[in-house]
Design a protein around this ligand. Structure first.
Ligand SMILES: [Zn+2]
Length: 427
């Protein structure tokens, strides 16, 4: 099955066409490396399996005539030259590492959609004015090495290269050692600040990893922004006591204000719709014994919002709730542990994505990304936009993750249009 490129691109050139079957075949070939019994993929960053997947990507890129560059944090860039090499590259890509119980599409789709775009251009005999690059960002998932989105984070200067190289896994193996073992400790500078080339524009295609598109029956998510995130650790302290002899009025039960605060997290998010999110994901109760009044409760809070002002309102509401629930008998401490600012994507590039969907006759809607992506870091250095396609039941970071070949091809068609519009077709 093929999907036609937009009408505006048809003349006088042969229309470049995304080949859905070819894209699907590459996805399935990559998914065999680290395949799990349940139909998913376990391919943690910089393991031997990740190394095999990286080599397969490099082989495919070279078969398409690309040159391949690896930088000092192991990011891989496959480059298709433009007719004007003085122009900055138009980039795309994503990641090919997975969660331990990961799926076949998260990240892998964005990388292989990029290769499919290059192949479609080859097939149609089209050259672009600006060079095109497909990036494979190192360790997006962060399940073996912290921080997450490591390769794109170093590229964008979110944290230093040395900090990333020194990160160690649970067995004490560092990123530096793992990269060396794979031979992917490249010579090219990794950070834009150290001389790594800055993209002229960057587009990332990704499965949605949520239920919104499927629920709306829409094929293309035009991603306008990524939600900002603030993560907190909350500790509530009271006093353990026997559940029987201690009357209700004489208790210092840490779980009571904790439960009230957890309820409040939901209310805080509901007051900031449509984009507010509030989640309590981990709760530890001490000593966790059925006949002991809890003396201490620790839990996490994850607040998200599309704009900084909204995030600040949620933060203030959380702290106000803490003040209101604190009392001489029970203390509450809140520590903010992680902060990702909201990231709006580039309006012009978002417009190219919207136009691409429009021209290809695909249903589309504006969405925000609730999750972090490499594109969110790249956006700090270059105009950036993202394209979402539906995934089955909104399930991701799960071996059951699934997507329809037609939807994946549709997203690649929009990617093709947007990259071509940005890079310009050579005469
Ligand atoms: Zn991903």
């Amino acid at each position: 099955m093929t999907l036609a490129a937009p009408d505006s691109l048809r003349e006088p050139l042969r229309a470049p066409r995304i080949d859905a079957d070819r894209l699907w075949a590459r996805l399935m070939a990559l998914a065999r490396i680290g395949a799990t019994d349940k139909g998913g993929v376990c391919r943690l960053a910089l393991t031997g399996l990740d190394g095999q997947a990286r080599e397969l990507f490099i082989r495919w890129a070279r078969e398409l005539g690309c040159t391949v560059r690896i930088d000092a944090i192991g990011n891989i860039f496959a480059r298709r030259p433009g007719t004007d090499e003085s122009l900055p590259a138009v980039g795309t890509g994503s990641h090919i590492d997975t969660q331990p119980t990961g799926g076949r599409f998260d990240g892998n789709y964005g990388v292989l959609a990029g290769l499919e775009v290059l192949q479609a251009l080859d097939d149609a005999g089209i050259r672009t004015r600006a060079p095109l690059e497909v990036a494979v960002w190192t360790n997006e998932e962060g399940s073996r090495f912290v921080p997450v989105m490591m390769g794109s984070g170093v590229h964008a200067g979110a944290f230093p290269l040395e900090h990333a190289l020194a990160a160690a896994d649970a067995g004490g193996v560092t990123v530096r050692q793992a990269l060396r073992e794979l031979g992917h400790d490249g010579a090219a500078p990794a950070a834009v600040a150290d001389g790594a080339p800055r993209f002229g524009a960057y587009f990332e295609a990704h499965i949605e990893q949520g239920p919104v598109l499927e629920d709306a029956g829409v094929t293309i998510g035009v991603v306008t922004a990524a939600l900002g995130q603030r993560w907190y650790d909350v500790t509530v302290r009271g006093m353990e006591a026997h559940a029987g002899p201690t009357p209700m009025g004489l208790r210092r039960d840490a779980l009571l204000p904790a439960a009230a605060l957890m309820q409040k997290v939901r209310e805080i998010a509901l007051a900031e719709q449509p984009h507010g999110r509030g989640t309590v994901g981990c709760v530890d109760v001490f000593p966790s014994s059925r006949n002991v009044i809890p003396g201490r409760v620790r839990f996490t809070v994850d607040l998200r919002h599309a704009d900084e002002a909204g995030l600040a309102r949620m933060d203030a509401a959380l702290r106000e709730a803490v003040r209101a629930l604190s009392c001489p008998e029970v203390s509450i401490e809140v520590e903010q542990v992680v902060c990702f600012p909201p990231q709006a994507f580039d309006e012009r590039l978002v417009g190219l994505v919207r136009q691409g969907a429009e021209d290809a006759g695909l249903t589309r809607m504006d969405v925000v990304s609730g999750a972090g992506h490499d594109a969110v870091y790249v956006a700090r250095t270059a105009p950036t936009a993202m394209i979402f396609v539906p995934c089955k039941d909104g399930i991701s970071h799960n071996e059951l993750e699934d997507a329809r070949p037609a939807d994946l091809a549709a997203g690649a068609t929009v990617l093709l249009h947007a990259m071509l519009a940005q890079a310009g077709v050579a005469d």
